[in-house]
Write a protein that binds this ligand. Structure first.
Ligand code: PNS
Length: 159
C-alpha cells in the first residue's frame, strides 16, 4: 500500500491545501495529513482545532486521515509506513525553501521521497497567513477556506 504524508502547520487549512489533498488522494492509497504540533511560531489555532478542521474538510475522502506530530517529519513518516512526503508549491518563492527541506529530509532518511504538486492556479495566492489577516479584519473568507470551517475561524477572531 502506497502511503503518503502531507505535512504542514495548517493554521488553518485553506482551499489550496484541500485541493492538494484531494489530488494526492487519487494518486496514493492513503494520505495522512500531518499537523506539526510544536513550533516556535505560536499558531492561532490549537493543534486539536487544526486537526478537527482538516477532518471536517476531508470527510468526503475515504483514504485521508489527519494526525498531529511533534519532532522530525521523516520519523513521523517512518512510523506511519509512509514512503512519500507531499509538498505543494504555489510560486517560485516556495521552491528554494522546499528544495532545501527535501534535500535535508533525504539526507536524514535516504528512503524518504519528497514529491511536489503544483497548486491549482485559482488558489496560488491563498496562504494560511493571508486567511488569518483577512479574518482579523472581518474580510470574506468564502472561496479561501473550506466553507465548513468559516464559522469556526470567525469565532476565533471574535474572542
Ligand atoms: O506549513 P509549514 O509551516 O510550512 O510546514 C512546515 C513543516 C511542518 C513541513 C516543517 O516545519 C517540518 O517538516 N517540521 C518538522 C521538523 C522537521 O522534520 N524539520 C526538517 C528537518 S530539521
Amino acid at each position: 500500500m502506497r502511503i503518503a504524508v502531507y505535512p504542514g502547520s495548517f493554521d488553518p487549512i485553506t482551499n489550496g491545501h484541500l485541493d492538494i489533498i484531494e489530488r494526492a488522494s487519487k494518486v496514493f492509497d492513503k494520505v495522512i495529513v500531518g499537523v506539526l504540533i510544536n513550533k516556535s511560531k505560536q499558531p492561532v489555532f490549537t493543534s486539536a482545532e487544526r486537526i478537527e478542521f482538516i477532518r471536517k474538510a476531508t470527510s468526503h475522502l475515504d483514504n485521508v486521515e489527519a494526525a498531529g506530530f511533534d519532532g522530525l517529519l521523516v520519523e513521523f513518516a517512518k512510523q506511519l509506513g509512509a514512503s512519500v512526503i507531499i509538498k505543494g508549491l504555489r510560486t517560485v518563492n516556495d521552491f528554494e525553501y522546499e528544495f532545501q527541506m527535501a534535500l535535508l529530509n533525504k539526507a536524514i532518511d535516504p528512503a524518504c521521497e519528497t514529491m511536489f504538486m503544483m497548486t491549482n492556479s485559482k488558489y496560488s495566492y491563498i496562504s494560511s497567513s493571508m486567511v488569518k489577516e483577512l479574518a482579523q479584519y472581518k474580510g470574506d473568507l468564502e472561496g479561501m477556506v473550506p466553507s465548513l470551517i468559516i464559522d469556526n475561524i470567525k469565532e476565533k477572531f471574535e474572542q
